[in-house]
Design a protein around this ligand. Structure first.
Ligand SMILES: [Fe+2]
Length: 199
């Protein structure tokens, strides 16, 4: 079966006023849909057809070289956005557990320090890409990736991801990426973070 566009787990306006409805509609229905369509076109007729974006990205060496960069871009666009929608929730609908607080404090000093470091990393990313909290099997760290490159291709597990492509914020925040990042913290799905950390 072809890769399909994930359904949003909430309404388009559920993340207002932090992430606006119009941005969500363009971002999910147009940008994400395009990644899905392009990935399907790329893998059609190859042995990758029928695999999920995550399965494909986890083993890039199995991707024929002539479509590999395309698959990294389009497959990353599918997988990263699936994660992004899941990692957000309406304001106040989730809370930070003691376990999450402890894990983040242990690695970054405090929850506030973690947020500061993550935000600074996202604000400092040049061009288009993502900021991640990842687990490499030994420790948690904050890292940026360019374009749609995904931590899963480096054998890392994404715990939290923030889309800092302009399409994620330009309609509402224009050039004010830092304001978008500050607002995004209000809609982080901490239950999902706990779930991913726990696994
Ligand atoms: Fe995006």
């Amino acid at each position: 079966m072809a890769v399909t566009l994930m359904k949003l787990p909430y309404a388009y306006d559920a993340l207002e006023p932090f992430i606006d409805e119009e941005t969500m509609k363009f971002h999910h229905d147009k940008h994400h849909q395009t990644y899905v369509n392009n990935l399907n076109k790329l893998v059609e007729g190859t042995e990758l057809e029928g695999k999920s974006a995550e399965e494909i990205l986890t083993d890039l060496s199995a991707v024929p070289e002539k479509i590999r960069q395309g698959v990294i871009n389009q497959g990353g666009g599918v997988y990263n956005h699936d994660l992004f929608w899941t990692e957000m929730a309406p304001e106040g609908s989730t809370s930070i557990s003691e376990g999450v607080k402890k894990a983040l404090s242990g690695n970054f000093g405090s929850l506030e320090d973690f947020k500061k470091k993550f935000s600074a990393s996202a604000a400092g990313l040049f061009g288009s890409g993502w900021t991640w909290l990842v687990w490499d099997g030994h420790k948690l760290s904050i890292e940026n990736t360019q374009n749609q490159d995904s931590p899963v291709s480096e054998g890392k597990k994404a715990i939290l991801g923030l889309d800092v492509w302009e399409h994620a914020y330009y309609l509402k925040y224009q050039n004010r990426r830092a304001d978008y990042i500050d607002a995004w913290w209000n809609v982080v799905n901490w239950d999902e973070v706990a779930e991913r950390l726990g696994k």
